[in-house]
Ligand binder design. Structure first.
Ligand code: SAH
Ligand code: SF4
Length: 410
């Protein structure tokens, strides 16, 4: 059964305007490392002996309490709050649109100011609640330099990289909207909501290739996993790459998060066509990088994503090739039913074929590999629609969305 988005409650412009954040004219403090924040404060005239304390106060307010206005930083003097407000910005991005699916999935279309001249950019962030966890799908770039032939994002040229602050802001907005930052005035001053946090996992699977924006992604994820702040477990953060081999080892060494590889084909010939970065970093190099991924073990496996394209990569021969290719690598396989989009040349494999493929893989020791139908409409949300949203009016976008969801029906 396909889950349809409940589009009867999208917020109106007026409602979203209530959530609007100011366009920052001043540099943001969000997304700076502690060191950079210290430098910024030093430049603002904060005395050297106070820097450490000030950084840790700000860190607490920004990432534990989740405040987005200096006036809420209650243990700072009024004067100091004013100095900060005059020089820096901590406002959230503008929420252009929020949609809530009837299964609890949420999508936010966020707007970030342009860098210099040009129009503001928009990205989509998706929250997917599941039994026992909630996953936030985050974008790393607006558009993508790569041109995977089955991916809608790949048809949109790279507009720009997102900054660390913008990557992080997607998590902060989600925590705001889901009530993951409890009010500091609660009797116990709790920092985690009683029923636990809604966002427990992050996947870097939105728009863009995160390993082509390595420095910003790294900075954002180090802040997201900082134990004195947002405190996400590294084991619950997954970075997905199409195979930027030189940055795979660095991801393990410098960020230490879980890795997902958009594999989609088991021969170089086919992968060159589906995931053209394969011409630069062919399967052998990619598999070597996976084998050497820092910290790899049976408890810390690599996820291999495999989109099911009818008559293209979904034969039993392909399934055999997949098992052969992954031999010796602690791996999970995620079979993703293809999400069609206007102009795409592929079709999703028949359900029967997907099950056959999955059964073969299961028989070879890989558990529950099919992303559930519900995941299909999430993927539609995850990076597939956004590129249209800049050009299409809302009504057109909703029609497109309806088409994509209809495409997932069984
Ligand atoms: N650029 C990164 C991360 C974003 S894409 C990467 O490629 O890994 C997230 C996942 O969605 C990738 O596995 C991607 O291959 C897959 N994907 C892209 N377009 C899709 C489509 N139309 N249907 C199903 N999955 C798709
Ligand atoms: Fe870019 Fe990933 Fe889409 Fe390929 S699949 S075009 S790398 S976003």
């Amino acid at each position: 059964m396909a889950v349809s988005l409940d589009l009867t409650h999208p917020q109106t412009r007026a409602e979203t305007d209530a959530l609007v954040a100011k366009t920052p004219l001043r540099p943001s403090l969000v997304g700076l490392s502690r060191e950079e924040m210290g430098d910024a404060l030093r430049e603002a005239g904060v005395a050297e002996k106070q820097i450490r304390m000030r950084v840790s106060q700000l860190w607490h307010w920004l990432y534990i309490r989740g405040v987005s206005d200096f006036s809420e930083m209650k243990n700072l003097s009024k004067d100091f709050r004013q100095i900060l407000a005059d020089r820096f910005d901590i406002a959230r991005p503008k929420i252009i649109e929020e949609q809530v699916s009837n299964d609890g999935t949420r999508k936010w279309l966020l707007q970030f100011p342009s860098m210099g001249a040009g129009k503001p950019v928009e990205v989509e962030t998706v929250y997917i609640p599941e039994e026992g966890r909630g996953t936030l799908c985050i974008s790393s770039q607006v558009g993508c330099t790569l041109t995977c032939s089955f991916c809608h994002t790949g048809t949109q040229k790279l507009v720009r990289n997102l900054t660390a602050g913008e990557i992080l802001a997607q998590l902060l907005v989600a925590r705001d909207r889901l009530g993951d930052f409890p009010d500091a005035d609660t009797p116990q001053g709790a920092i985690v909501p009683l029923e636990g946090r809604k966002v427990s996992n992050i996947v870097m699977m939105g728009m863009g290739e995160p390993l082509y924006n390595f420095d910003h992604v790294k900075k954002a994820l180090l802040i997201a996993t900082d134990g004195d702040g947002l405190s996400l477990s590294r084991r619950r953060v997954t970075l997905s790459t199409s195979g930027v081999v030189p940055n795979i080892q660095r991801t393990g060494d410098e960020i230490g998060v879980m890795l997902a590889i958009s594999l989609h084909a088991v021969t170089d010939e086919l992968r060159d066509e589906l995931v053209p970065i394969n011409k630069k970093y062919p399967l052998k190099d990619l598999m070597d990088a996976c084998r050497n991924y820092p910290g790899l073990s049976n408890a810390k496996r690599i996820t291999f994503e495999y989109v099911m394209l009818k008559g293209v990569n979904d034969s039993l021969e392909d399934a055999k090739g997949l098992v052969r290719l992954l031999k010796g690598i602690p791996a999970k396989i995620n079979l993703i039913p293809f999400n069609p989009w206007p102009g795409s040349v592929y079709e999703c494999s028949d359900w029967e074929q997907i099950e056959k493929f999955a059964d073969f893989i299961n028989a070879n020791g890989y558990a529950s590999p099919i992303r559930t139908p519900r995941g299909r409409d999430i993927l539609a949300a995850c990076g597939q629609l956004k590129s249209e949203s800049e050009r299409l009016r809302k009504s057109e976008r909703l029609a497109l969305e309806a088409m994509m969801i209809a495409g997932h029906g069984e």
